[in-house]
Design a binder for this molecule. Structure first.
Ligand code: FA5
Length: 356
């Protein structure tokens, strides 16, 4: 046993010296401290040992565990510092002789808001996933507990393509693919945490708050014992980070076949302050982020056992969030291609390091 712990310690030190980025550290942590990692395996080996042996070897294993934990924390600190330094070095290498000009272009406000929300969620351990704009009936509806002829399909007037495919009507269409991609995480004792922004298409009647082409950002989290409290915590954190001030929200029951229970999360209209205007269809509220607990049929369709795992999902209206974030009264501005309007946003709200 002593031999094994010493060997593992040596091996760990060697591996940890080879790490180059903060993102690599997690893999090493799982290898050593995860449920199926080396330290657990050592603990398992002790099952048939005598009480005396257990006491002695248990102490040694715990020392090894503590050593690994603190070495990992130290390594993260070192790598973080290195990464920050790299950013600083890169920033310092900009060309001072370049003329300062706005002709270089600016980011679209939806890109800015998307990046902001992405960085909030990645700081909470979520991965950012990409998904195609063209999908099929199975992913967009059936895998989401919406069989053919289900009335919920009427809520999303869909553009079908001649190839039996369709333009995705919501980012939920990626749920099945992402759940499948990461379902092995669960067996290894790690949660699934992912966000997937994307462009959606619906044959909508266009007005100040509806477009036929708009952006959403889906988020999912699955693990043992995930509940509505976790969902509310993440929603609150995201909104307070985006707006950096108190905003009024309301949560009310909402029906979506792929969640149970389901909610509508509305934000009080920031254009009119809740008194009613064309941006919020005179209601004072804007539907922003429907959400709920993932329906067991959706987990089953992705090969995840709903008896063992639960999860939440949300579908954030990114275009509407950008409206509220920048005080844009009419959603049509975003797809207008009007550079005079669109180029205002970068400088007003964000520092854009790439434009240096
Ligand atoms: C959905 O699309 C569900 N997939 C959301 C969801 C995900 C529910 C996960 C539960 C769990 P809905 O059709 O309400 O739901 O659209 C979600 C958000 O997208 C809306 O609140 C709104 O902010 C935005 N949205 C919907 N349609 C439009 C549109 N035509 N123009 C602009 N934004 C829209």
């Amino acid at each position: 046993m002593f031999l094994k712990t010493d060997e593992l310690r040596e091996k760990f030190i060697k591996r940890s010296e080879e790490l180059k980025a903060v993102s690599d550290v997690d893999q090493l942590r799982i290898e050593y401290l995860g449920k199926k990692g080396y330290v657990s395996a050592l603990m398992q080996d002790l099952r048939n040992a005598s009480a005396e042996e257990k006491k002695e070897a248990g102490k040694t294993i715990n020392e090894l565990k503590q050593f690994i934990e603190s070495a990992i924390a130290e390594k993260i600190e070192i790598l973080k510092k290195k990464e920050v330094q790299l950013l600083i070095d890169a920033a310092e290498s900009y060309d001072e002789s370049m003329p300062s000009s706005n002709d270089l272009g600016s980011y679209h406000p939806i890109t800015l808001v998307k990046r902001e929300v992405e960085s909030i969620f990645t700081s909470m351990g979520f991965t950012v996933e990409d998904y195609s704009e063209i999908t099929d009936d199975y992913n967009c509806f059936e895998a989401l507990n919406i069989p053919p002829h289900h009335p919920a399909r009427d809520m999303q007037d869909t553009y079908y393509l001649s190839s039996n495919q369709l333009l995705k009507t919501h980012t939920s269409a990626a749920q099945n693919t992402i759940l499948r991609k990461y379902k092995n995480n669960l067996e290894n004792g790690n949660p699934i945490r992912a966000i997937f922004p994307g462009r959606c298409f619906r044959n909508e009647k266009i007005d100040a708050c509806h477009e036929n082409t708009f952006f959403q950002m889906e988020g999912i989290m699955v693990d043992k014992d995930i509940s509505v409290s976790n969902l509310i915590y993440f929603m609150k954190t995201m909104l307070s980070e985006v707006f950096q001030r108190d905003i009024t929200v309301r949560l009310r029951p909402g029906f979506f076949p792929f969640v149970e229970p389901g909610f509508e999360l509305d934000i009080q209209c920031l254009i009119c302050g809740g008194t009613g205007c064309s941006s919020c269809k005179d209601s004072g509220w804007l539907e922003l982020c429907p959400c709920g607990m993932i329906h067991p049929n959706v987990l089953t369709a992705a090969g995840i056992d709903p008896e063992k795992y639960t999860g939440f999902a949300f579908g954030l209206g990114l275009t509407r969030l950008a409206m509220m974030r920048y005080g844009v009264k009419d959603i049509r501005v975003f797809n207008s291609g009007n550079l005079k309007s669109l180029s205002q946003f970068t400088e007003k709200s964000f520092v854009n390091p790439e434009s240096k």
